[in-house]
Design a protein around this ligand. Structure first.
Ligand code: AHG
Ligand code: MN
Ligand code: MN
Length: 339
């Protein structure tokens, strides 16, 4: 049997042999992985570590924070601020950007994260995760100040240089793309390192499994209702086949299942708050998952357009999300076009 390949070796080879990533990006990804290991430890301790339950504070989105939302956010900041690879960070749990303090060297990358995805599942011992996205700080024009601002983060998802997530489930699995396909690494707790366990992950283009919070059905718009009704009609309906449904309510876990065996995931716009484009966050959830899904041969849209083409106008922008097996995503998107 060939020797296991660690994340470190995988990244060194991406840098040295294939020339895909510069050394600072390699360092950044190593640090994010180390932070994920540390979050995984905290998650595993659960009640023994006193990490469960609410923090009794609200984030900028008006959501109640769990203790682990805050712990994971702090772990990611502390791990990443001193290495010299970053200019600034942005997080679902922080109102403004976090600029690397002056006492540390400033790098050229920007890191965005959803430190803890699936917060409602923390206390019930169901899979949760961390999602991350990496952008390059735009080069300033000659004569312009060298600082970093929120504006620098407002880049379309297609500009991401790396993205991924770590799912804390029965196993801790890190899923990564640097724009050259998708690789999965499983945490070996005895060695303390992530080991490459799947390469060139591909999402099958067809599926018979959908994921959506069905309790919101009456609030969806017509194209999404039509698609789900057709799935529910099964063999006897227009699709001529039965569909299965899964909804973990942690995007990381639902996307991870789709990467493993195909499927479609939707968190659509709904009528309750017509001015809110969706629940999920463009910069911390949809864009990084979008890069991963597209790199695995899947698709992601908001019903109207490819999500990675959206020009963000604010850091905490929300978006309607349809992602997964290509042919199904194209079908739902085409139902929107016929409106
Ligand atoms: P977060 O915990 O970061 O706020 O994200 C939760 C998101 C996402 O993970 C999941 O798909 C969705 O919210 C679950 O929503 P419902 O509670 O409506 O099922
Ligand atoms: Mn989330
Ligand atoms: Mn979160």
């Amino acid at each position: 049997m060939s020797k296991p390949i660690s994340l470190t070796r995988y990244l060194v080879e991406q840098q040295r042999v294939d020339g895909h990533i510069p050394s600072h990006l390699r360092l950044l990804l190593e640090v994010v992985a180390r932070a994920c290991k540390s979050i995984s430890q905290a998650v595993n301790k659960g009640d023994l570590g006193g990490v469960l339950g609410s923090a009794s504070t609200e984030n900028v989105q008006g959501e109640m924070q769990k203790k682990l939302d805050i712990i994971a956010n702090e772990v990611l900041i502390e791990a990443n601020e001193w290495g010299g690879h970053l200019a600034a960070m942005a997080s679902e749990e922080m109102e403004g950007i976090y600029v690397v303090p002056n006492r540390y060297p400033q790098g050229e990358y920007l890191l965005l994260f959803d430190p803890l995805d699936g917060s409602s599942n923390i206390d019930v011992n169901v899979s949760i995760g961390t999602i991350f996205s990496v952008l390059k700080k735009p080069e300033g024009l000659p004569g312009q100040s060298q600082g970093v601002s929120e504006q620098d983060f407002l880049q379309a998802g297609a500009q991401q240089v790396a993205a991924g997530y770590c799912v804390f489930g029965p196993q801790t699995t890190l899923v990564l793309t640097v724009g050259d396909g998708v690789a999965m690494f499983t945490l070996d707790r005895e060695q303390g390192s992530f080991i490459l366990t799947r390469e060139n992950v591909q999402i099958p283009p067809d599926t018979q499994e959908f994921a959506i919070n069905m309790s919101n059905m009456r609030h969806w718009d017509e194209p999404v209702q039509r698609y789900v009704n057709e799935c529910l009609a099964g063999k006897e309906g227009p699709r001529g086949k039965d569909f299965n449904m899964r909804w973990v309510a942690s995007m990381v876990a639902d996307v991870h299942r789709i990467l493993t065996r195909g499927g479609i995931f939707m968190y659509p716009w709904d009528k309750r708050e017509p001015n809110k484009p969706g629940k999920l966050r463009l910069m911390y959830e949809a864009n990084p998952m979008g890069m991963v899904v597209e790199q695995a041969g899947g698709a992601i849209t908001n019903g109207q357009q490819r999500i990675l083409d959206i020009q963000p106008t604010k850091l905490h922008e929300r978006v309607s999300v349809i992602l997964g097996s290509k042919n199904e995503v194209e079908r739902v998107t085409s139902y929107h076009a016929k409106l």
